[in-house]
Write a protein that binds this ligand. Sequence first.
Ligand SMILES: Cc1cc2nc3c(=O)[nH]c(=O)nc-3n(C[C@H](O)[C@H](O)[C@H](O)COP(=O)(O)OP(=O)(O)OC[C@H]3O[C@@H](n4cnc5c(N)ncnc54)[C@H](O)[C@@H]3O)c2cc1C
Length: 459
Amino acid sequence: MSKIVIIGSGLAGSLLAIYLAKRGFNVEVYEARPDMRKVKISAGRSINLALSDRGILALNQVGLDNYILKEAIPMYGRMVHTLDGQNKFLPYSGRKGEYINSISRAGLNCALMDEAEKYGNVKIFFNSRCIGFDCHTGEAIIENLESAERKIVKGETLFAADGAGSVVRNAMLHGCVPRFNFSQSWLEHGYKELHIPPAEDGSFRMEKNALHIWARHSFMMIALPNPDGSFTCTLFLAHEGEKDSFESLKDENLLLSFFHKHFADAVPLMPTLVEDFFKNPTGNLGSIRCSPWYIDDKALLLGDAAHAIVPFYGQGMNCAFEDCRILNELIEEHGTDWKKIFKIFTEIRKPNTDAIADMAEENFYEMRDAVTDPVFQRKRELETKLEQTFPDYFSKYSMVTFREDLPYKVAKEKGNAQDKLLMEICSKIENTSEINLNEVMEKIRKLNLQSDNTYLENR
Ligand SMILES: Cc1cc2nc3c(=O)[nH]c(=O)nc-3n(C[C@H](O)[C@H](O)[C@H](O)COP(=O)(O)OP(=O)(O)OC[C@H]3O[C@@H](n4cnc5c(N)ncnc54)[C@H](O)[C@@H]3O)c2cc1C
C-alpha cells in the first residue's frame, strides 16, 4: 500500500493514523514535540478535556472507546458556585446515561499514539517539525529539532493535523492556494490553568462528578476533576483592563483580594494559587475559519488546523475526532480518489464546523452570564423535565453533546429555535410547575418539523 504523510501527532493526527493504518496504508507521522511518553512536557493546552458522544463514537470505530472511558470521570452536570457560597447542580440532561467525561489530554494522546504504533505500518517521527509545504509538488519540508537536519517528505497525499498554528495552512494562505479564505478572531479573554489538589486522604475536595463553574458575568472559572482526586481549574478573564483582568492582577495582594471577593469558597481549596497563577502561562482563545481545506489531491487540513474554536462547548477535540470518522467513511466509499474525498469532506464538514464555532462563542456568554440568571435556570429546569418526560426532546446542549447522529448545523438551528421559545415561556412564570409540559412539547415538535423541512429542502 502507498504512503500517507500526517503532520502532527496530537489528538486528531494520532487518531487518524489509527484509522489509516487499519486500512493498510503506510503512515508516516511527523510531530514537532518530543515523545510525551518519554519526556515530561507540558501538554500545551488544557490538562483535561471533556469527551462526549461525537468523540466517543469516533473512538468506538477503532475499538478504543471503552479503554479510554475507563480512565475518564463522568460529569453529570454543572455545579454552579454562587457568589454567596451556595452550590446549585444543573444536570446536563434529564435522561440517564447522558453525561460528559473528564479525561487527561496527555493520557488520551499517549493512548492514541500507543495504539497507532501497534500497527507495523505506522511510524511517528518526534522532534520533527514541518517548516514548509509545496502545494504544487505535495512535498513537506521537515526539520529535525535535535540535529537541525532537513529532509523532504512526500506521500500519496498529506493530512495536516498540525493544530491551530498549522504550517500547511499558512503555506496555502501565503500564495499556494489562490483566493484562500482565512479569518482568525481572538476573544478579549484569555485563560490560565490553576489547581485544586486532592484532600489529605486522597479524596475530592468538591463534588467529583460535575463540571464546577463560578460564573461572574465578565469572567468565570471552571474546574474539571482528575482521577488522582485533584481538579484542574481554568480561569477565563480579560487580558487587559484596569480592573478584573490578567493585566490588573499584578501582585499577590491584588490576586488574593480578587479571588477572595469572587471565588471565596474556592480559595481555601487552592493552596498553590499564588504560585500557580504567576508561574502558569496565560493562553489566548480564538476561532479560525478558512476555506478551501484542501489542495487538489495533495493535502487536506483537519482538526484545529482547519477549524480551531473556543473551548466553551467542550467540542474542539470531539469535532476533530468526528472529522477523522467522517473522513474514514469517505475513504470507505471512494477509495483513494483523494480529490473527490477532500471536496466532499469539505462540503459536508465546513457548514457544521462553522455552526459549532458559532455555538461555542455563544456558550461563552451563556456560561459566563446566563447560568446565574433565574430565567435561564428555570429554562434548564424545564429542559430537564422535558427530557425526563419525552424521549424525543433534546435541548440544544444535548443535541450538540449527546446526538452524534445530528450534524452540528441542525443542532444549532433546532436548538436556537427551541431556546427562544423556552426562554419566552420561562420569562413569564415564577416556577416551572406552572408549565403544561404537553403543550410545550407540542410547540417544540412543530418547530422541529419546520426545521427538518428546511434542512431537507436545502440539502
Ligand atoms: C483551554 C482549552 C480547553 C479545551 N477543552 C476542550 C474540551 O473540554 N473538549 C474538547 O473537545 N476540546 C477542548 N479543547 C479543544 C481541543 O484542545 C482541540 O480542539 C484539539 O486539541 C484539536 O486537536 P488537533 O489534533 O487538531 O490539534 P492539537 O491537539 O493542537 O495537535 C496538533 C499537533 O501538531 C503538532 N504540531 C504543530 N505544528 C507542527 C509542525 N509544524 N510540525 C509538526 N507537528 C506540529 C503539535 O505539537 C501537536 O501535537 C480545548 C482547548 C483549549 C485551548
